[in-house]
Each structure stands twice: as structure tokens, then as C-alpha cells.
Design a binder for this molecule. Structure first.
Ligand code: FNR
Length: 345
């Protein structure tokens, strides 16, 4: 089997294994203050949002994961059905393999076939050009594209990319000339205020900070090595999702921020939204959902998240996402230390 195609299957299987590990989360270093009187009625709570020019009736979506093989085609099909039935915005995984190998196209196109009217984003790395981005979008009839910035993953991967000097230029060209919305995303190592500033300077409008604490591509790439070469190289590297959201604060008026990585439940979604995220993306959680549950139950679960978000917002007295951003939060332990060191109020 082609190494790129084999890698897609390995990523998916290892990500599923990873879902079984319970890891410490910075969302546990963040609390709301229970204020007893919500002073609002649940029927008045609106959980809608917008991202990359699209109105969403709920503030979470499915992050880019996969495609490229028979196995991943079957998952893209399930993701697309779940997205269609719950009206959820979704992205497919990197179409890099599809640019080289036409025989893989169906494993991505299946998403559009199953979800003809939904919002579907393509996905490519920042090493790719504007022409590549156009082709990737054409293949699946995409509404926009996610461009992933995964330098840490590439460095950890034995066969990974070692040239990063053109990434910001490529992003600038794609953002300016693609003619479709573009989301710049990390893959689980988080972002800093410096990174967000650089993205703003090259014209990015929507950024998914995808922080440390969720599916770990350090652990995944390390465990893909031969048995006698296993490493825990950079396993703890990166900025957590909560820290990345705090680092983004000063740019939130200029750039739409998406929270992702390590989102476990509706409470983590609401915490992300209270820190200013305009939507919250999940990958591993959706993967586990379609893997473990029959479709009907997976759909119920997603619909439950929507009503739980509404319930938590009611409890916090927030009628919409703007009001949720004004709710007081407390940060503790490592997150508090980070805020002190980085002068974040
Ligand atoms: C991913 N992720 C990913 N991201 C991306 O931009 N392009 C890709 O091709 C992939 N591939 C991929 C495969 C699998 C199986 C998983 C689980 C994830 C990364 C993903 O979008 C997200 O940034 C991280 O997984 C962190 O979020 P979760 O999984 O903790 O919700």
C-alpha cells in the first residue's frame, strides 16, 4: 500500500486508541462562578453563531480528519451522514493525497455525495500552493478550505516536511486569491499571540487554534515508529487549548477564533465560547462517536450537546454568545501561571 494511504489508516486507528486514554485537561483549570439566579428563561437562549461567513444554528462543528483509503472513505461517509442529520458544518481531512492520486478522490467525494447541501470544507497543508488549494476545493465541491499548520507534527514524523519558509507566503496567496473562505488551523499544538498576529498580517480572517490536550499527533507519530525506535519525542510540546484561547484574546475583534482539541463535552464547548471562541471544533470526539455508536444514537448524542449548551448558558444567565463572553470565569494552576507570565488579564 502507498505510504500516504497507509498513514491515513494508521492515524485513524491510533486516534481511536488515543480516545481511550484519559488525559489531564486545562479545561479543568477553568471554572464558572455559580451565581444562583439566572434571571432569564431557557426559551430566550440563542446558541447560533457564524463562522467564515456561514451562519450556524449551533456553535460546534466537525474538524478535518480523513480520506484517502477505503477505510477512511467509510468514516467520511459516516461523518457526512451525521453532519447532514444534525446540520453540522464539517471538514474532510487533508486532500494532499488526492492531488497526487486520482483513485483516492471517491474517499473524499463521498462526503459531498452524502451531504449535498451541507457546509463542507476541504483541507490541505500550508506547504501547498493556491493552485493546489483550488484543485482540492474542486474535488469535493468545497464551500471553503482549512489550511493546516502542523510544523510540530512534521518535525516529529520521520518522513515529515522540513521546509517551512514559504508557509506564510502560501497562506497569504490562498487567503487573498482563492475566492472561498479559508480557516487556518493547528492540529493539536496550539497557537501563540505571535502566531495570531502573523496570521492577521497575512490577511487570515478565521483561525482554529487547535491546542494541546486533545488528540496528540506527537504521541501518534511517535507510536508509528519501529518498535526499537519508539520515542516520546516532544510528547508534551505545545500550548494548551485554553492557553491558546487566552493568547488570542487581543485579536478577537479582528479574527474569528475557533477553539479545538481535547473538547470532551458540552461544558468544554461552553467554556471555549466564554473565552471568545466563535465556534468549537471536535475531531477525535466525533470519530469515537461514529465508531462506537449506531448512527441513530450518534445523532441523538449530537442533538443532546445542543440542548446541553442551551441549558448551561441558561444557568449562567447568558442569552447568546455575546453575553456568554461577559460571564466571569476563574482560572487556576498552570493556566493561572501562564496568564501571569504572559500578562493576560
Ligand atoms: C486529524 N487532524 C487533522 N487535521 C488536519 O488539519 N488535517 C488532517 O488531515 C487531519 N487528520 C486527522 C486525522 C485524525 C484521525 C484525527 C483524529 C485528527 C487533526 C484534527 O483536525 C484536530 O486538530 C486534532 O485532532 C485535535 O482535535 P481533537 O481530536 O482533540 O478534537
Amino acid at each position: 500500500m502507498n505510504i500516504d494511504i497507509n498513514r491515513k489508516d494508521e492515524h485513524l486507528n491510533l486516534a481511536l486508541e488515543f480516545q481511550k486514554i484519559k488525559r489531564q485537561s486545562d479545561f479543568d483549570n477553568m471554572d464558572f462562578i455559580h451565581d444562583v439566579f439566572p434571571n432569564i428563561d431557557m426559551k430566550d437562549v440563542d446558541i447560533s453563531t457564524s463562522i467564515a461567513g456561514f451562519k450556524l444554528d449551533h456553535p460546534f462543528h466537525m474538524n478535518g480528519m480523513t480520506g484517502g483509503s477505503e477505510l477512511t472513505k467509510s468514516y467520511n461517509e459516516k461523518f457526512a451522514i451525521l453532519a447532514r442529520e444534525t446540520n453540522t458544518f464539517m471538514a474532510v481531512g487533508s486532500l494532499s493525497v488526492a492531488l497526487k492520486d486520482k483513485s483516492t478522490h471517491d474517499s473524499f467525494k463521498i462526503a459531498r455525495k452524502q451531504n449535498p447541501h451541507g457546509i463542507i470544507f476541504a483541507n490541505l497543508g500550508a506547504d501547498k500552493t493556491l493552485e493546489d488549494a483550488k484543485k482540492a476545493c474542486e474535488i469535493i465541491g468545497a464551500d471553503g478550505i482549512q489550511i493546516h499548520v502542523n510544523a510540530a507534527q512534521e518535525i516529529i514524523m520521520t518522513e515529515g516536511e522540513r521546509e517551512f519558509s514559504k508557509w506564510l507566503d502560501n497562506i497569504s496567496d490562498i487567503v487573498d486569491n482563492l475566492g472561498l473562505p479559508v480557516i487556518i488551523k493547528e492540529v493539536g499544538f496550539g497557537m501563540s499571540r505571535n502566531a495570531i498576529r502573523q496570521l492577521k498580517e497575512v490577511g487570515a480572517k478565521t483561525v482554529d487554534i487547535s491546542g494541546k490536550g486533545g488528540t496528540s499527533f506527537a504521541m501518534i507519530e511517535n507510536s508509528r515508529r519501529d518498535e526499537d525506535d519508539k520515542l516520546s519525542f516532544l510528547n508534551d510540546y505545545g500550548n494548551s487549548t485554553v492557553v491558546s484561547l487566552l493568547e488570542s484574546q487581543q485579536y478577537m475583534d479582528d479574527i474569528e477564533i475557533i477553539s479545538s482539541s481535547g473538547i470532551r463535552n458540552s461544558y468544554d464547548i461552553v467554556k471555549s465560547l466564554s473565552l471568545g471562541a466563535k465556534s468549537v471544533a471536535m475531531a477525535g470526539r466525533f470519530l469515537k462517536l461514529v465508531n462506537d455508536l449506531p448512527m441513530e444514537e450518534a445523532i441523538d448524542k449530537v442533538n443532546n450537546w445542543k440542548s446541553q449548551i442551551k441549558s448551561i448558558m441558561t444557568l449562567l444567565g447568558a442569552k447568546n454568545l455575546d453575553e456568554l463572553r461577559k460571564v466571569d470565569i476563574i482560572v487556576k494552576n498552570e493556566v493561572k501561571n501562564w496568564c501571569e507570565i504572559r500578562n493576560i488579564d
